[in-house]
Design a protein around this ligand. Structure first.
Ligand SMILES: *[C@@H]1O[C@H](CO)[C@@H](O)[C@H](O)[C@H]1NC(C)=O
Ligand SMILES: *[C@@H]1O[C@H](CO)[C@@H](O)[C@H](O)[C@H]1NC(C)=O
Ligand SMILES: *[C@@H]1O[C@H](CO)[C@@H](O)[C@H](O)[C@H]1NC(C)=O
Length: 744
């Protein structure tokens, strides 16, 4: 009989071994695709039919032994473990001892490839530490409409920025031997009706906008791709040969990994899916929205010749090749958690802590670097917060003696919500659904403010959105910090949060946040607003004279409090830029969410290339805050633009100088205008750089525009073609704040 004590000892020894493995084995030898396929083919050749079916079919959502959100059946005699798949894009989900990283949209807001990659690597380390083979991310769905429920998981409406976010994240994750999974292929752009809506997207729009980040993923050697719930041109993504088939988009572009279904995104017969290019079905069983297609169905299809053995072998090899390529066959930590017991209970949960001081610091840095300073009317004119001559940002505790903190968004959220974080009763640091992450270690703004300020100033709080209470707290104070939010998330069966079913109902701040700001501003002439939101939101009060500063902080993850304190009090000079335009009029965005429909709707993408700033530009609409916009506590000057050809590329060179009184980071952006015959939007983003500069320093910036950066998708020749004629180059601090112009 196993005594409790014995079991504990075993668990302890296991934990010790796993910890050692975790600590030791983040490095691996990357194999070539060729060598990886040779290994995969050799092992596939030794498998029985049932073993192959077990590799390409998930073990079942309803399987009580399932420990990750998706698994495959091991082939122990050949040394192949159960492959473990787990959510999600911003941190390991359904377990303890992990970091709640900033969201994808906040990562985009940094416009920093360095931070995008560092986040990917840190995510990879935590997934690896838990024994997870496949990180279900990054998400790279274009924010076609600002209210789209899951848009915060990806990198915004711009394909170039989204593509760089995808490329760097995948590179970071896979650098520690964890497989990434590019998702959701493709046109997965709203939550309502997602299980069957069909997006009709023309070829050029597909290539230049929705598919572009997936192309960048292939260039990052991504291990897998997830086909989406929705249909494209009438056919389910997971059996859409135009997308995933032998002559479909991803094969044409050299994708070497495997296609895995979104959970339950498979319909119709096994052969429909397998022959169209689906390599793996997850979670493997029927889950009401779909699924249960492979398994015995696939076995019959192979036995009856509807799916060839060659194709089945290919599916298995495609799945195993990335496993070998990333060295997962040697020294990989075993799965050591149980996603079905997310509270950490049960004997299968070894509760390995994969957090580290380094990861916490990185999560905090990215959160600070993604905060966008939208307004700061009382600029500081001397170089340190303590020497500030005004009461604006950054705040100085030598001048500010009374602080009001107003709004429920400043306080601790309910940590006992559910696994999907489907509540909004405290600070909003991440949306809800499978892309949500652990809030176990969240530090809300009020806690961070209290600990930073200490006894240097009095703090009065009103941590609800009660208007009168907020006014009473703010009246007569040196500064009122008002925290407001808006949230969205994933559609499930009953995921309605504050009346929003995945996609947001409107662009309003939640809990009358706009009224709260206006009421507080009426009594406090130094009202500073922090907006936590999943995307564009109504800021129509931003010109109020008593609103002296506005920070759009997005959905910054668990280090939300410390990161905003760093920005407010001058330990971090803001450098975040808007990865979308902000307008309070939804019509300004050029697209709509389809909420009401008799059955699954067809959504024609008639706006084609014109979403967000591209649409606004074409209609001469001036948003409240434009794409790429963000202020700093210092100022920067641009000079010396030169553009020179280099092979088929163009090299854009210029100088940026810090002309202000704080060290800071500028994010110069390069937009191009195509020759008008090309039929492109007026201006499109094609480059950005992160340029940290001390006071008085300057730096030369080089941004190379490749042949493809200068091309359009030509539907006649089915290729990227550079239009002939003159291109204009705009270099600036946002799409509107152009500092240098050139042409070639
Ligand atoms: C979808 O249909 C359009 C024509 O309506 C075509 O241009 C496009 O290539 C199709 N896309 C896919 C992925 O099949
Ligand atoms: C703001 O109000 C305070 C009194 O609460 C007053 O002392 C101060 O001069 C005002 N500042 C501005 C810039 O209006
Ligand atoms: C600004 O705040 C002051 C209190 O400091 C108040 O008297 C004034 O009416 C406010 N201004 C506006 C436009 O609400």
């Amino acid at each position: 009989m196993l005594t409790a004590e014995y079991k504990m000892k075993v668990a302890f020894i296991q934990l010790l071994l796993v910890s050692l493995l975790v600590a030791r084995t983040n490095s691996f030898t990357l194999r070539s695709w060729e060598e990886s396929y040779a290994l995969a083919n050799a092992v596939t050749a030794q498998m029985t039919m049932d073993e192959k079916i077990g590799i390409v079919t998930g073990t079942g959502q309803l399987n009580s032994k399932r420990r990750c959100v998706g698994e495959t059946t091991p082939v122990s005699r050949l040394g192949i473990p159960s492959l473990c798949f787990n959510d999600g894009p911003a941190g390991v989900r359904l377990t303890k001892g992990v970091t709640g990283f900033p969201t994808g949209i906040n990562t985009a807001s940094t416009f920093s490839r360095r931070l995008m990659r560092a986040r990917g690597k840190a995510l990879g380390e935590e997934f690896r530490g838990k024994g997870i083979h496949v990180y279900l991310g990054p998400a790279m769905d274009i924010m076609r409409n600002p209210k789209a429920g899951r848009a915060w998981e990806s990198f915004g409406p711009d394909p170039f920025l989204n593509g760089e976010g995808a490329f760097e994240t995948i590179t970071g994750v896979q650098s520690v031997g964890v497989q990434a999974c590019a998702k959701h292929l493709v046109a997965n752009n709203q939550e309502h009706w997602r299980y069957g809506l069909t997006a009709t997207v023309d070829d050029r729009t597909m290539h230049e906008l929705y598919y572009y980040p997936f192309l960048r993923s292939i260039e990052a050697d991504v291990a897998s791709m997830m086909c989406a719930y929705n249909r494209v041109n009438g056919t389910s993504s997971c059996h859409n040969a135009d997308l995933i088939g032998p002559t479909g988009l991803i094969q044409r572009d050299g994708f070497k990994g495997y296609v895995v279904s979104d959970w339950g995104a498979t319909h119709d017969s096994a052969s429909d899916n397998a022959n169209a290019g689906l390599d793996m079905e997850q979670p493997g069983d029927y889950i009401l929205i779909g699924g249960g297609v492979f398994g015995s169905g696939l076995k019959s299809a192979v036995n009856s010749g509807k799916v060839t053995v060659t194709r089945l072998n290919e599916m298995v090899s495609r799945i195993l090749a990335p496993y070998y390529r990333l060295g997962q066959d040697s020294g990989y930590p075993p799965v050591n958690f149980d996603s079905q017991k997310s509270d950490g209970s049960g004997s299968l949960n070894l509760n390995v802590n994969v957090r580290s001081e380094e990861h916490t610091a990185l999560a905090r840095e990215i959160a600070s670097a993604s905060a966008v300073l939208l307004k700061n009317t009382r600029k500081t004119t001397t170089g340190t917060p303590s020497g500030t001559t005004t009461s604006g940002l950054p705040l100085s505790l030598s001048r500010i003696k009374s602080i009001a903190v107003v709004g429920q968004d400043a306080k601790m959220p309910n940590l006992k919500c559910n696994d999907l974080n489907e509540c909004n009763d405290g600070t909003m640091s991440i949306g809800w659904g499978s892309g949500s992450n652990s809030l176990q270690f969240i530090v809300p703004p009020i806690d961070a403010i209290n600990s930073f300020v200490g006894k240097s100033a009095t703090i009065t709080t009103s941590l609800s959105n009660d208007l009168n209470d907020g006014v009473n707290a703010a009246k007569g104070k040196d500064v009122a910090l008002v925290f407001v939010n808006a949230m969205s998330g994933e559609l499930g069966f009953y995921d309605i949060v504050v009346g929003n079913q995945g996609d947001r109902n409107d662009l309003n701040l939640w809990w009358k946040g706009g009224s709260l700001v206006e009421r507080v501003a009426a009594v406090c002439n130094n009202t500073i607003v922090v907006v936590h939101s999943v995307g564009p939101v109504d800021l129509s009060w931003s010109n109020h004279p008593n609103v002296t500063a506005v920070i759009y902080a997005g959905a910054p993850g668990e280090q939300t409090g410390p990161s905003i304190v760093d920005v407010l009090f001058g330990n971090y000079n803001p450098s975040g830029r808007l990865p979308f335009s902000i307008s309070e009029n939804e019509a300004d965005y050029g697209t709509k969410i389809v909420y009401d429909s008799l059955g699954f709707p067809e959504i024609p993408y008639t706006e084609q290339l014109l979403i967000d700033y591209r649409y606004m530009d074409s209609k001469n609409i001036v948003p409240r805050f434009e794409f790429g916009y963000g202020l700093s506590y210092t100022t920067f000057a641009y000079s010396g633009l030169s553009i020179t050809p280099s092979g088929t590329s163009q090299v854009v060179k210029f100088n940026v100088a810090n002309t202000g009184v704080f060290a800071g980071t500028e994010i110069p952006q390069v937009y191009i205008a195509y020759p008008s015959s090309a039929g492109e939007p007026k201006r499109v983003l094609r480059g950005f750089e992160e340029v940290p500069l001390d006071v008085g320093k300057s730096s030369s910036v080089v941004i190379t525009l490749s042949q493809r950066d200068l091309s359009i998708w030509d539907v006649q020749t089915n290729s990227w073609v550079r239009p002939s004629g003159a291109f204009t180059v705009y270099v600036g601090a946002s799409i509107k704040d152009v500092r240098l112009t050139g042409s070639f």
